[in-house]
Design a protein around this ligand. Structure first.
Ligand code: NAD
Length: 472
């Protein structure tokens, strides 16, 4: 059994001043996977002080030196990627293939891209008689969720370190174990003391203490919109930079003339990645009303083909959801959708056949969903797709834009020009056109209550900088 009793602060493993216990359950077996210590407010103080102390040295290093250090961190993570993938699978319940192919290679690539691109972001730009340059913003509090914990933590850690910030990392209390391994890897790679610190604990205690801390210059949260509101409020007292990557209810819009089967199957496959626990899930499928029943049937047939089971089994395509709490939330959303009059085409709240242990949820498809209902408006964060029929293209755009969120989306059409014309009317941070693929160098983030700011690419690096203008 894994047991971590110390936090990583100032390059050392230290016993917290206010230790608590986090028990981590393997969602596939319902057995205890391990224990992680949690810290308190005074541990946050200690970590922030260490990060402040390390900031001048780290930020003033030459870009080439810092690049080498960040690339060394990437290489050290790569050497232990097998171990990291297995730990993420045990902690999150994601199939090992997903952990191996995405959850670990993504963060390694992030470190390398950030290391390579930081110098250009920090370079001075002449503007008339001024030289305008970006400089490291200071101490960053990086607060991560549980769904893709390493990947989403690294979306913050990599750019922050690369531009010269120092970091206090707070992983989710649901999935803290991988963060101890990450700190060990950072230490072994030779990152200087205080540059990356780890304080585990709850959002209400450790998260809020970081967000409100006068020694933190940037607070960057990936999590629910509810947590985003609290972080923004806690940060307001000290007027720090606030970066928020929050929830979504993204729409996949299928236009008349698109290849319906291809578009529907692609939507199901994107929506159900990681058992639907993905912020950018296309959880609403918008199709012309005349083909809505056919689309729902195609979606259900595709959903029924999923192999659910042990995340360590190479044949498994969908693992459990992360916790008993999350399963209860997803089941409640399914029950509510039925009460609200949506038509259950496949799935539902019963445990999948043969899977009575583990927090599994049947891949679920609803048709005839009212876009104003809870299922049409609220993030479920589970394997649940809502099929919605529309009458005109203008209706499709209005429905797609008619939620408090705007994180991601898709448009499928007969050609890219038609799809692009509709995509440009969507109030959302990213749109995949006719099956376009994820680009780690393009910006990612949300409109409206999906967040503030952008991660990835040069935009993600800029979030961790301030701007200075020198006049000559
Ligand atoms: P959550 O909001 O419960 O927790 C996220 C993190 O915020 C955790 O580390 C938690 O401890 C911390 N936190 C909670 N309350 C806090 C507070 N008051 N102050 C400071 N920190 C606090 O979210 P979750 O359940 O871990 O993750 C799922 C949510 O995250 C979903 O809503 C999903 O859409 C969102 N998400 C967004 C993105 C994105 O990039 N936009 C990516 C993944 C997940």
């Amino acid at each position: 059994m894994i047991n971590h009793s110390t936090l990583y602060i100032d390059g050392k493993w230290v016993v917290p001043a206010e230790p608590g216990d986090i028990t981590v359950i393997n969602p596939a077996t319902e057995q205890i996977l391990g224990h992680a210590v949690s810290g308190g407010v005074s541990d946050v103080d200690r970590a922030v002080a260490a990060a402040r102390e390390a900031f001048p040295g780290w930020s003033q290093r030459s870009a080439a030196d810092r690049r080498e250090a960040v690339l060394g961190f990437a290489a050290a993570l790569e050497r232990r990627s097998g171990e990291m993938a297995e730990l993420l699978t045990a902690e999150v319940g994601a199939p090992l293939s997903l952990a191996r192919d995405r959850q670990v290679p993504g963060p390694i690539a992030q470190l390398r891209l950030a290391a390579d691109n930081a110098e250009a972001v920090l370079a001075a730009v002449p503007v008339g008689n001024s030289q305008v340059f970006r400089a490291a913003a200071g101490v960053v509090a990086a607060i991560a969720p549980w769904n893709f914990p390493l990947l989403l933590g690294m979306n913050k850690i990599a750019p922050a370190l690369a531009v010269g910030c120092t970091v206090v990392f707070k992983p989710s209390e649901v999935t803290p174990l991988h963060a101890f391994l990450l700190a060990e890897i950072a230490h072994d790679s030779g990152l200087p003391a205080g540059v990356l610190n780890l304080v585990t604990g709850s959002g209400a205690v450790v998260g809020e203490a970081l967000a409100g801390h006068p020694g933190v210059d940037v607070v960057s949260l990936t999590g629910s919109t509810a947590a985003g509101r609290k972080v923004a409020a806690a940060a307001a007292g000290t007027i720090k930079k606030v970066h928020l990557e929050l929830g979504g209810k993204s729409a996949s819009v299928v236009l008349a003339g698109a290849d319906l089967r291809m578009a529907v199957e692609a939507t199901v496959e994107q929506c159900f990645i990681n058992s639907g626990q993905t912020c950018l899930a296309w959880s609403r499928l918008l199709v012309p009303a005349g083909v809505a029943s056919e689309a729902a049937q195609i979606a259900a047939t595709r959903a029924d083909r999923y192999v659910l089971g042990d995340p360590l089994d190479p044949a498994t395509e969908l693992g459990p959801v992360v916790s008993v709490t999350q399963r209860a939330r997803v089941r409640a959303a399914i029950d509510r959708a039925i009460r609200d009059g949506a038509r259950l085409v496949t799935g539902g709240t019963a445990a999948p056949d043969g899977l009575n242990t583990g927090y599994y949820v049947r891949p679920t498809v609803f048709a005839d969903v009212d876009p104003r209902s809870d299922l049409g408006q609220e993030e479920v964060f589970g394997p649940v797709l809502a099929v919605i029929g529309y009458n005109t293209e203008a209706d499709a755009v209005a429905i797609a834009n008619g939620t408090p969120y705007g994180l991601h989306g898709a448009v499928f059409a007969a050609n890219n020009d038609q799809a692009t014309r509709v995509a440009r009317q969507l109030r959302t941070g990213a749109v995949d056109i006719n099956g376009g693929t994820l680009n780690l160098e393009a910006p990612f983030g949300g409109y409206k209550q999906s967040g503030v700011g952008r991660e990835l690419g040069r935009w993600g690096l800029e979030e961790y900088t301030e701007i200075t203008s020198l006049q000559y």
